[in-house]
Each structure stands twice: as C-alpha cells, then as structure tokens.
Design a protein around this ligand. Sequence first.
Ligand code: FAD
Ligand code: SIN
Length: 535
Amino acid sequence: METDFLVIGSGIAGLTYALKVAEACPQKKVTILTKTQSDETNTKYAQGGIAGVMDFDHDSFQKHIDDTLIAGDGLCNKQIVEIVIKEGVSRINEIIEWGARFDKEPDGDYKLGKEGGHSEFRILHHKDITGKEIERALLEAINLKPNIHLLNHCFVLDIITQHHLGYLITKSTTDVECYGVYVLNLATNKTEKIISKITLLATGGNGQVYRSTTNPAIATGDGVAMVYRAKGRIENMEFIQFHPTALYETGIRGQCFLITEAVRGDGGILRNHAGEAFMELYDERKDLAPRDIVARAIDNEMKIAGTENVFLDCRHFSKEKFVEHFPNIYEKCLSIGIDITTNLIPVAPAAHYSCGGIKTDEHGRTSVKNLYAAGECASTGLHGANRLASNSLLEAMVFAHRAFKDSISKIDSIQNGSITAGIGDWKTDGTNAPKEMILITQSVKELKLLMSDYVGIVRNNERLHRAMKRLDLLFEETEALYQKTIVSPQLCELRNMITVAYLIVKCAQFRQESRGLHFNTDYPNKLTRIQNIVQ
Ligand code: FAD
Ligand code: SIN
C-alpha cells in the first residue's frame, strides 16, 4: 500500500493531525493505523481536562507559563512552553468547532477546574470524561473526510529506513530517513508494508511498563522503541509521572481507575491511615502541590504505615455538586461499595504519563527525516522534569498542528518512489509459530515487577543497577525468541517494553541528581522539599 500521509495512532495527536492534513490536501491520501479499536487510546481515559487560558480577567498566559515552568523543575524549554500556552487557545477553539463540548456555567462561560500546580482555575472539562468526549468528536469529524482511511487492528512493527535497503545505520548516521512502516494486519494475520511520504508517530505513552498504571493495555511505548531501533533520538525517559490518586482496589493490578486531580481541585483532602491530612507536612500548597511532590508524599506515608494505599476524603462535598462534576467517579466508587458522601476513597499512586520520549523540534520533526512525532510519545521540551496537570492534551493539539504545517509545506517535494521500489517484504525466514505463550507472559510480569519495585517513585543507584542486570537477561531471552518466532502483538509489545524500560533505567542512571519526577536517594539534593523520607 502507498499513502501520502501515514499516521500511527488514533488518539488526540494522531486524529488532530490527520484531520488537518486531510482538510488542507483533499487530493492526497491520509492513512491512520491503530493497533486495536480506534477509540482505545489514553486520550479516551482523560478525566480532568485541557488546561488553557480562557478567563483573561483572572488568568494570563504568563501565569500558565510560570506554573508550567515551576512544575518542570528547571528542565522545560522556555520557548516551547510559550509556544504551547499561547497557541493552545486557538487549538482549543478548533476542537470546540469540531464538536467537542465542554461544561458551561448558566451564564454561558466555560466552567473552569483547577488541578495540582495551577495557580488559577483554567481546566476545561466535560464532566469527568473529557477524553471520551474529545475522542468521540474527533472520530466523528474523521468519518466525514473521504480522503482519510482509518484502519483498526493494524499493529505497526517497525518504521522502514535505509536499514531495510541493506545500508548500515549506526547511532552516528545523520541522514536516517523514514519511508513508511511494516505492519501486522491482525485481520489477515499477514505482515504488510505501507510506503508513505510523511509519517507521524502518535503512539501515546508507556504506563504498561509498570504493574499499576492508569494507562490502558495499548500503552506499551511502541513508537519510542521503534525510533530507538531506527537510531533516532530519545530523551528524558527517566521522568515517569505517577498519578497520586488511582483508585486502590485490593488485588487489582494493570489498568487502574483514575480519581482525577480535579477532585482535589474542588477540595478533596488526602488522609493517611491514622486519618491525618498529611500534605501540609510536605508542601505549603498541600493537596494541590505538583504531582511529583504529592505522589512522593503518599509513597512516604504508605511506607511509614506499611500500607498499600492512603485515602481521599470527599465526605464534606455536597453530593449534588460531586455528582454533577464527577458522575463517572461517583458511579465507579458506588459499584465497589464506596459511597463518597460517607466513605473515604482508597487511593495509591500509579504510573500515568511519560514526560520524555522521541525528541522533536518546534515543528514536531524527529531526528529521522520525514518522520514526525506528537502527543505523549514525543518529547517537545514542554514538560521538563514533571508535567503540569492537563497540559498533555494541549501539547498534543499544538504539536499536531505544528507538524501539519511543516508537513504540508514539504509533501510535494518528497519524491522517494525510486528508493522505495527497492524495499523488500518483511522477512519471516527461519521463524515458526510460538510454542508457549508463557515465555512471553512470564517475562511481561517480571518486567512490570522489577520496574515497579526498583524504578518507581523513589529510586537509588543499587536498585537501578539491579534493574539493568535483570533487563539484560530479559532482553537476551526475548531477542532469541524474536529471531525464531512469527511476530505477534504480544511478543512485539514485550520487546518494545523491554526497550522502553532499558531507556528509563539508562536515563535514570545518567541523571546523577534528584529532580522533578526522578528522585534518587543517593542524590538527595532536593530533599529539603519534603520531610520524613523513608528510604
Ligand atoms: P493515545 O491517545 O494514547 O493514542 C495512542 C494511539 O497509538 C492508539 O490509537 C494506539 O492504538 C496507537 N498505537 C500505539 N502503538 C501502536 C502500534 N504499534 N501500532 C499501531 N498503533 C499503535 N492529559 C491531560 O492533559 N488532561 C487529562 O485530564 C488527562 N487525564 C488522563 C487520565 C488518564 C486515565 C490517562 C491514562 C491519561 C490522562 N492524560 C490527561 C494524559 C493524556 O490523556 C495522554 O497523554 C494523551 O491522551 C495521549 O494522546 P496521544 O494521542 O499521544 O496518544
Ligand atoms: C487528572 O484528571 O487528574 C489527570 C490529568 C492529567 O493527567 O493531566
């Protein structure tokens, strides 16, 4: 198959880009690939909303910029922060034009929420299911575009570069070029090649590398792993954001239900097992301190008490107001026997967001020619060492737009037909059907366990060293299996997760300090920001 624009991923970043290129170039073919159902994305699960300066009477670009920089703990790229926050408002208005509905006050103004690290109320939301509403609106708009082809159940295996033409590519090769991708079509079980002029990676996050995560099963870091294999640049992988308040359900691991930070924005209070509101011991912003601080404080309280959770107290809320803003959370809690008006909600931190990823410039260009990245898989410089809540959906839209602008200025100059004619089919020589799935499932379990226990919220050099040794073994065993086995999503996801875990640990080892989300007790130079650390 050949296409002009190839988009990998059907979350907010991929769909926004696809809509824009399809609209600007109605004669060109746009193909979107997604590995399961089109709406099964991190985007669909977003709760709190999109941060944007909408109320200029109380808020300003400068305040949102300052909040982003403070959360980022000295590592944000200031130019990118300004771009995202200033251009974000136009992108929010576009998504509203495409049909996304955000909650309004009776006077017609948008209802604005507040989350950790924000100095003002600036979060647009659709109750507590903002992402579902965005995904719905974007997919409906996509359906109206005749030049967009959305293909579900197409698992992208690798991006095609000069490597697939027989050239040696190393880390110092400067002109790596993308010609498309190899895909496992799960409807036919065949591997196919798709040749494209321009490719956008919008493959989302990697929370599945950890045992407990707010991310759905699709979040296995495939885009990052593919770019790393293609010798593209990846950065800041140590900055994994743990959301402080995933619902704690005994025995439940994997994807955890989120209790949005907006609940704390509306007055929810964290309490430990002794019933104490502990956040004031850690930070003067209390329950609305940035996420890295709140998640570490909870981790510390759990270690002091020897428990697996703390609690979120909403008993003082008016039931009517809670249900109006958070109907989904109310129902979910009730379904497991928790009435938020009388019971505390058990919560614990869970892996939530990858601040690092595929390095891009201010146009979403990666270090690989004709390959762009946007959304959670990209590292644009916005988040630095810790993402400010609800800045992710905003960043995805801004960079999808910037990548679109750059792509359409280039598309007609890309004539790679003579090169791509030499690209071979996916090689299957010497591979057989997998004999035992246990060889994959057990390795996935080991990977999640070692990442959670050794490379979680609090790290140290010895734990990182041990994690790397165990990853080496998993890598060796999985590569051997990969060489002799017909590819499957399970095997490829394991391989990708091992690569991502390796990158997280490697970056964590490089960073010989504690900063933002990376807290290493061997470099406690930021310890003054919290008290009572248990190592
Ligand atoms: P995604 O929406 O995750 O989409 C990824 C796509 O890539 C999917 O379609 C997937 O199938 C596809 N894909 C991946 N690998 C492959 C492959 N190998 N082959 C083919 N397709 C592939 N952010 C906010 O700003 N505000 C919030 O309120 C908020 N709440 C959140 C709540 C939860 C529970 C979670 C998990 C995240 C939340 N976030 C929030 C973060 C935000 O939702 C995500 O960062 C954002 O939606 C990512 O969008 P994306 O387009 O980059 O990727
Ligand atoms: C939340 O609603 O708490 C998540 C917001 C985010 O991750 O930005």
